[in-house]
Design a protein around this ligand. Sequence first.
Ligand SMILES: Nc1ncnc2c1ncn2[C@@H]1O[C@H](COP(=O)(O)OP(=O)(O)O)[C@@H](O)[C@H]1O
Ligand SMILES: [Mg+2]
Length: 415
Amino acid sequence: MDPVRNPYAPGAGQRPPELAGRDDQLHAFDVVLERVAKGRPERSIILTGLRGVGKTVLLNALRSAAVRAQWGTGKLEARPDQGLRRPLSAALHVAVRELGHPQLEAVEQVLGTIKAFALRDSGPSSKLRDRWSSGIDVPATTGRADSGDIEIDLVELLSDLGGLAADLGRGVAIFVDEMQDLGPDDVSALCAACHEISQAGLPVIVVGAGLPHLPAVLSASKSYSERLFRYTRIDRLDRAAADTALVAPAREEGAGFTPEALAEMYAVTAGYPYFVQAYGKVAWDVAPTSPITLADVRVAVPEAEAELAVGFFGSRYERATPAEREYLRAMADAAVTRETEGLDPVRPSLVDTSEPATEPDSVATAAVAAVLARKPQSLSPARDALLKKGLIYSGERGQIAFTVPHFGRYLRSTA
Ligand SMILES: Nc1ncnc2c1ncn2[C@@H]1O[C@H](COP(=O)(O)OP(=O)(O)O)[C@@H](O)[C@H]1O
Ligand SMILES: [Mg+2]
């Protein structure tokens, strides 16, 4: 069918034509916004999930909801080896502008504090620092948020910001994507600041998104983090939501799918949003006419897989060194060995029993070592590097899993 009218949108952070299956999260967030604006206690929110389940897209949708509620919002994406001060100050600068507080003096005071907070950055790249500009054209204040202790500074900064929003009966929401990549000091400071802010009843919330081990990162940093955040697992779509994700955008274009085509789509995508978009896009293009049939989907599958092999899987595999690739392949093999031995893939989780075990590829690090016939310690460097690159994660001690769904299957298919 006409590729120009193809509605599907595979790609990291790409807004889907239909945000399917997230009504619960959107509704819950509206409640949070109202409660916080009324000074009622609420926890900050953490979205966790594998790559491609739609965390970034949901984060953006929540941000839009906050903007509609006339909140000040700002967003940043954490990066390994980058401090929080600059990206956060840029995000808060936006939030202050969005709030649109009518009193110039109050606004400039807060902007000056944001600037002071940013300028306290003591990154190693001094050359870059010299050229960096906060983009805030009021003078930095002194004596507030500039002690150099990120925890103290963040509390002061968010308190001032919260005060500004509270004046207006509104709030500030800070969105942090890839939150697991924040450095330990920054994580700890952010937790402490959330703690202070919520105790003071100020209308500031943090909405974070990250890989499944993010709750572990937070609780390792501050033991009280479990009470501080509301954790929401973002997962693959159920059958009905996956169908909606495909059917609603097609209907907009006057097209549709046969029931058999939809069943096959769910079989191949397993409801993972990225795959829904990727297979949907190719199925649309290869189908000669509407409705898209089972036969069309069958033609589309190898083509979509080839595209995913390059874009979704390959681009990540390429980031691994030869030793790390060997480790990844051993993980994929260990997962299969376990399955064929009939061991229960659903391990009792120590962290959260309310969540289904959706990581069938999760394996014991000892099993990986066994596949490679090596001592576990000798594999630590490869494993640690893969953790740092965000290709694998450890949800519980001694276990690891791919952060990318179907990665094990991909590796085995390219063996
Ligand atoms: N609820 C949803 N319904 C349909 N498609 C979605 C949904 N959430 C995400 N997508 C699609 O999935 C892909 C990955 O989304 P993204 O937010 O980048 O995932 P993540 O941040 O978890 O890696 C994008 O192509 C997006 O359009
Ligand atoms: Mg993302």
